[in-house]
Design a binder for this molecule. Sequence first.
Ligand SMILES: Nc1ncnc2c1ncn2[C@@H]1O[C@H](COP(=O)(O)OP(=O)(O)OP(=O)(O)O)[C@@H](O)[C@H]1O
Ligand SMILES: [Mg+2]
Length: 292
Amino acid sequence: MGSVISIVNQKGGVGKTTTAQALAREFAKTNKVLLIDFDGQATLTELMDLSNHFDNEFIKEYMSTESIVKIFERESIEPLDITGILKDENGKSIVAINELHFIPSPGNTIVAAAEGVSGGKDMLLNKYLQKVKDDYDFVIIDALPSVSTLFRNVLLASDALIVAIQTKTNAIAGANGFLQVLNDVLEDYDKTYKHIFILPTMYNKQRRDDKETLAEIMGSYMTSLKTYSSIGKIPTTLLEEIPDRTVFSNAQSVRYFLQDYIEGFDTGKRDILLLLENISKVITNKLEVGSK
Ligand SMILES: Nc1ncnc2c1ncn2[C@@H]1O[C@H](COP(=O)(O)OP(=O)(O)OP(=O)(O)O)[C@@H](O)[C@H]1O
Ligand SMILES: [Mg+2]
């Protein structure tokens, strides 16, 4: 059965989308993965550059008939198989790929769709994923940076969370606010997770600010997780920090997945590939242990 992992934090611009994209690509080397853009900003959908990889009419038709909006109309949708966009004309990819499917975001219409629906609306993504998640090893959800119906749908559909925290001053205050929101939702719905991962992002070891924040995450923040009534019962792991490096935005600006960009054009940055491999291994191990 597939594990649904969401990358969350109500703070904007902390690396959620970047992490979701890179981790989905990492898992998809050897697994069947579904990646979902559940953000009305549609950043991830833009990065996928679908209109450049698929026939224009096909994509228009797909976006209208299989829109994620339908989940809020209690209808099923067919994810888009994007495995092929990572292969060249000879069917070869720069980095290994098994299978990667994608559900794009149609933009802000999902916000209206989610708010507009009546009764029992917080569980609709969960209901949809219960039907499709057995087709995948991992479902990765890129969450939106706000507390809303959409956001509660993400929290309630997930088996595990990755909380992305940028190692900057004030990040901890924001991340604590997020824990309170999360704990309330878990209590209201009697919901739990197999695991919660904390992921420090955009870490610059030259900066005092970053070093202090990372130390705080490692120390008081990890300890504080245990003080919440619901979160406190869930196993937690601090993942290795993701460094602040231009290769992340460079890959995105030419619309490549990070791994394919590094292997294809910037092999000097292979340390980042190793880091992603290690992070995905830790997540896989913890989720397997958790399910036994
Ligand atoms: N490790 C990194 N090093 C350098 N730049 C990064 C890194 N991770 C992300 N970025 C850049 O930071 C910006 C914000 O990242 P991203 O879009 O992933 O954040 P987000 O949390 O999804 O934002 P939002 O809350 O708006 O959805 C992007 O321009 C991205 O390229
Ligand atoms: Mg984002």
